[in-house]
Every structure is written in structure tokens, then in C-alpha cells.
Ligand binder design. Structure first.
Ligand code: EPS
Length: 390
């Protein structure tokens, strides 16, 4: 499968075209809206989230509740567009109008794409960069990830994204038993965290950052259960599924780090403390006695849950000004900003879940075929039987 996204933060809509989805998959807008609503929640969001109520429109590739195999177009409108029709419109402006409505941006914000994008694409108005680099785009990535989760659910593969750390507050170690159990707690948490005591401290840390005109980042975890052995491949670098997941997670706005399983900690431990011992059971076949490698060996899934961590830096749009330089006057200035989130880590857990879901679904179809759901089910059942009896 592949997808493209298009759209600006204050433009009319966000769009994704998803190609390669098998036919006969039951799919409704509600399957996607559920995840869009999850992304909009979270303690620490700014005023924009009160304006938007993200809902998907399925514009192609689905008929009477089932996919046809044709490209699927997903559209999510920006409600805020009504305030930006002149500023963000596609029609040319007269010089007089431009003066009035353009709201040219010449002051790059440290930590944003503003300056690099302006130099690269030769824009004197940095709105041409920041409208597209905005994390608003993650809406449509969540929509695409929701579609991926509809495919995965047919095979019992379920995912949960949750928050491990916000600022300097860490949740207690998770005793993972199932995605369902994890979701029971995290879906109702304002910071998407399973540790209630830590959640309160996280909220206080967010309040503190907000009060000081600052922002804070954090670490999210995504767990995927019931993933069959053998997705991805050891034979070539660009077929390693853990590598694809890492790239996808690092491409989420503001993400600066990714780990699978123990991740960086593994580098500080002995081999005997890191590797998961192999077990055998007549009914279920081969397994592992632990899951320190997060479900991956040799770029392939090993049948254990996939465990991915992503580190999000603090949002760089700050009320507390940082030093920068105006690109027109070359004068230094300290920026002050109108509207921002002080923490978007709870939402980022949903985005990260979507990114991981997409890569697993893609690896799944690569292994089991991609034309019709019926063929995929047959191929999956036959392989799982062989794998159990191997
Ligand atoms: C964002 C800035 C804020 C966030 C936005 C991402 O938007 P605005 O500039 O309209 O206040 O609210 O996030 C979303 C709109 C969203 O849907 O997550 C940024 O600069 O990245």
C-alpha cells in the first residue's frame, strides 16, 4: 500500500489518497472518526482544538460499506478555514488586497521548519512553509492509520498508543497483559497514561509549562499484539520492518527519537541480559520467554508484541520568546506567539499508533497478498497453521 497526503493547516481541507487497499474490506467513516476524536483529546492542547471537530469523508474506493480495490480518498475539512479564506485562498490577490490580508511572516521560529523551508523554496513569506509543516497534517495520518487498523483487526492484530513520560514525569513500569486492558485505562486518561498518580503529575507539569509560556515534550509507547512471525525480511535493508517503522515514527512532527524494545538501553547491557530465549509449545509452536527486543529479530517480526517508543521534543511555538532574526530586516527579535499547544504528547501517542499500524498493515499485505480480503484470509490461515506446526 502507499499513500499521499495534501493540505495546509488553515486551508480548506486535508486529503489522503490511499492506494493498494484490498477489495471487500468493510469500512465506514465511523471506523476512522473514532481515531480522529482520540487524536483531538489530551490535556495541554490550545484553542484550535476547540474550533475543529474532525470528521472524515470517504470520497472514493468504498461502495456500500466495502472497499472496491480502487484508490481511497479521505477528506477532513478544516473548520478554521472560514477565518482564513482570503489569507490562504488559491486565487491571486491584487496588490491592494495583498497588503491588507496576506499577513506575511518574516520572523522564523527556532525549532520550526520556517527558515530552512524558506531558504530551500525561496519564500519571502514563511507562511508558505509553516502551513504545510504544521502538525495539523497528523490528522490525516491518523485517518490512514485507522484504515490500516481496520485491516489488522480482521486478523486479531490490535494496537494501543499511550504515554510513558511528559516533561520529567515518568509513568510506573507497565505490566502489559493485553491491548484491551491497557486501553481500558488509557482511553479515559486526559494524558493517555496508565499510571493515575503520574497522570496528575503530568497535568501539573503541563500547567506549569503553560504558566511560564513554555512547552514540554515526552515519550510515547505503541504496543501491537497478535502480530504473526515473519513480517518484514532480513534479506535487504529496505525490507526490514523495524527500519520502516523507525522511519515512519521519526517523520511525525517534533519526533526526535525512536526505539524498538529496549532500544538505547540494550547498548548498555550484556548480551545475555538482552536476548529473548526461545521456547516451544506443542499447541502454539515457537515463542520467546521475554520480549526485550520488542517483537523484532533480523528485521522481521518474531510473533511477540511489537513495542515501539517515540520521543517528542517540546513544541517550538512558544509564548516565552526565543531569539531569532527577521529575514527581511536582518534585525534580531524575540518572537511572541498568539496561539499554541503547550503539550501535544497525548495526541502524539495516537499519531504514533497510526504510523506503526500503517507499517504493520503494509508488511502484512506484502506477506499475504493484497487483492481481496478473502485471498488474504486464506493465505494467512495456511501460513499460521504451518508456522504453528513448524
Ligand atoms: C500547530 C499549531 C496549532 C495546533 C496545530 C499544530 O495550530 P494553530 O496554528 O491553528 O493554532 O493546534 O495542531 C492542529 C491544528 C491539530 O489538528 O493537531 C503547529 O504549528 O504545528
Amino acid at each position: 500500500m502507499r499513500f499521499l497526503t495534501a493540505g495546509e493547516s488553515h486551508g480548506p481541507q486535508l486529503t489522503a489518497i490511499v492506494e493498494g487497499v484490498p477489495s471487500q474490506l468493510p469500512l465506514t467513516a465511523e471506523d476512522i472518526n473514532e481515531h480522529l476524536a482520540r487524536r483531538q483529546k489530551g490535556y495541554g492542547r490550545g484553542r484550535r482544538m476547540q474550533i475543529e471537530k474532525d470528521q472524515v469523508q470517504i470520497m472514493s474506493g468504498v461502495r456500500h460499506g466495502k472497499t472496491t480495490g480502487a484508490p481511497i480518498t479521505l477528506v477532513i475539512e478544516n473548520k478554521d478555514w472560514t477565518h482564513w479564506t482570503k489569507i490562504m485562498g488559491a486565487e491571486p490577490l491584487s496588490e491592494e488586497e495583498a497588503e491588507k490580508v496576506k499577513r506575511k511572516i518574516t520572523r522564523p521560529r527556532p525549532g520550526h521548519a520556517d527558515l530552512n523551508g524558506a531558504v530551500k523554496y525561496r519564500h519571502r513569506d514563511m507562511r508558505n512553509v509553516l502551513e504545510r509543516s504544521s502538525a495539523r497534517e497528523t490528522t490525516v495520518r491518523v485517518a490512514v492509520g485507522a484504515l490500516a487498523q481496520v485491516i489488522l483487526r480482521q486478523f486479531g492484530i490490535r494496537l494501543a498508543g499511550h504515554v510513558l513520560e511528559i516533561g520529567d514525569v515518568k509513568a510506573a513500569q507497565l505490566d502489559f497483559s493485553s491491548v484491551e486492558k491497557l486501553k481500558e485505562v488509557t482511553e479515559s486518561s486526559e494524558v493517555r497514561c496508565q499510571d493515575e498518580e503520574a497522570s496528575e503529575k503530568m497535568k501539573a507539569a503541563i500547567d506549569d509549562a503553560k504558566k511560564n509560556g513554555d512547552s514540554i515534550g515526552g515519550i510515547v509507547e505503541v504496543i501491537a499484539e497478535n502480530v504473526p512471525i515473519g513480517l518484514g525480511s532480513h534479506v535487504h535493508y529496505d525490507r526490514k520492518l523495524d527500519g520502516k517503522i523507525a522511519r515512519s515514527v521519526l517523520s511525525i512532527n517534533a519526533f526526535k527519537g525512536v526505539e524498538i524494545g529496549l532500544g538505547f538501553d540494550a547498548a548498555r547491557m550484556k548480551g545475555s541480559e538482552v536476548h529473548d530465549e526461545i521456547t516451544y509449545d506443542e499447541e502454539t509452536g515457537f515463542g520467546r520467554s521475554s520480549n526485550r527486543l520488542g517483537g523484532f529479530e533480523g528485521g522481521m517480526t518474531n510473533g511477540m508484541p511489537i513495542v515501539v517508543h517515540g520521543a517528542m521534543k517540546p513544541i517550538p511555538t512558544l509564548y516565552k520568546p526565543l531569539q531569532s532574526v527577521d529575514i527581511d530586516t536582518k534585525e534580531p527579535f524575540t518572537a511572541s506567539i498568539e496561539r499554541s499547544d503547550s503539550c501535544a504528547v497525548p495526541a502524539a501517542a495516537v499519531v504514533c499508533e497510526a504510523a506503526v499500524a500503517w507499517e504493520i498493515a503494509d508488511g502484512f499485505l506484502e506477506k499475504f497478498g493484497s487483492d481481496t480480503m478473502e485471498d488474504i484470509h486464506k493465505s494467512y490461515e495456511a501460513y499460521m497453521k504451518e508456522a504453528r506446526e513448524f
